[in-house]
Design a protein around this ligand. Structure first.
Ligand SMILES: NC(=O)c1ccc[n+]([C@@H]2O[C@H](COP(=O)([O-])OP(=O)(O)OC[C@H]3O[C@@H](n4cnc5c(N)ncnc54)[C@H](OP(=O)(O)O)[C@@H]3O)[C@@H](O)[C@H]2O)c1
Length: 275
């Protein structure tokens, strides 16, 4: 919620409910504090009826997922209902925070979504998020299951584990498809079969929120805002993203929970009593 605005700020005012991105903004404590000051470019309106839990879950995962879903050479560069109609999207790790956001945004945009998970519990979360086909990559023949769902291959892969999944992606990518990589695994290196990839005209697109550029960031913020207004980005176990809460005093424990691999989203309640 906005407590004060500086001179020249238009579009947002005291009392407005907002969500933030790139909001650590040169502070070692980031937003783990009761009050923070940000450039208006890093603040977006939270639509009426959308909870602060949703707002707190967006900043990194939804914007990263938006970028991954908008780098196919044939577009779309923007997401909206129907923008991904007819497209097959493979989301690696559909119970992860970015994976969850990618499923929700792709579902909102009309894609057919296939996702990989490692357990029945995570499969239930990915289904709740909106995935059409959920594959347990530890127990099933993932390539065969994905090909069954997308006989001509998948158009976009949203990839959390590029090294481990390189061969799988090569086996299921469509001609002129894109693998959008937003994380590293193993020793951070990736080995590709070049002939196989140029045979399919595949693109590898690397994605880093902090540096992917102002235009892509603005597009992501605008489209995530539209998805919010459509109620397309709910959180909580029933929406596929369990929430684990901590108080502000427990911030270190919240970080420990993330480091320990908490499933879903870890949130810190920063509200001051009486506000
Ligand atoms: N580039 C960027 O701008 C950007 C933005 C946000 C996050 N990140 C990075 O992205 C990573 C994930 O972030 P997050 O917040 O989404 O983490 P998260 O909530 O822990 O999710 C990661 C998911 O990946 C799954 N996974 C791991 N190996 C897999 C594999 N081989 N195949 C399929 N799924 C696999 C995990 O589940 P299982 O292990 O059970 O499969 C887990 O569900 C982190 O390293 C984070 O730093 C980068």
């Amino acid at each position: 919620m906005i407590d004060a605005v500086g001179p020249g700020v238009i579009g947002l005012a005291v009392g407005d409910r907002v969500w933030l991105f790139l909001s650590a903004f040169q502070r070692p404590t980031g937003t783990a504090q009761e009050f923070t000051i940000l450039p208006i470019e890093r603040v977006a309106a939270l639509p009426d009826g959308v909870s602060f839990d949703v707002g707190a879950s967006l900043g990194v995962p939804a914007l990263t997922a938006h970028r991954a879903l908008t780098v196919h050479e044939d577009g779309p560069s923007r997401l909206a209902p129907g923008a991904l109609k007819g497209r097959f999207v493979l989301v690696a790790g559909g119970a992860g925070a970015v994976g969850h956001a990618a499923i929700q945004l792709a579902h909102w945009a009309g894609a057919t979504i296939i996702t990989t998970v490692s357990s029945a519990e995570k499969a239930a979360l990915a289904t709740a998020a909106g995935a059409d086909v959920v594959v347990n990559y530890r127990e099933e023949d993932a390539a065969a299951r994905i090909r069954e769902a997308a006989p001509a291959g998948v158009d976009i892969v949203v990839e959390v584990s590029p090294s481990a999944n390189a061969a799988l992606n090569a086996a299921v990518i469509a001609n002129r498809g894109v693998v959008a990589v937003y994380a590293t695994d193993g020793d951070g290196r990736l080995t590709l079969d070049v002939r196989q990839h140029f045979g399919l005209n595949v693109r590898y697109q690397f994605v880093l929120l902090y540096t992917f550029g102002a235009a892509a960031l603005a597009a992501a913020v605008a489209d995530v805002g539209a998805a919010l207004r459509d109620g397309a980005l709910p959180v909580g176990s029933e929406a596929g993203l369990p929430i684990t809460r901590f108080t502000l005093e427990e911030t270190a424990a919240a970080h420990d929970a993330v480091a320990a691999g908490a499933v879903g989203k870890v949130l810190i309640d920063v509200t001051v009593a009486g506000l």
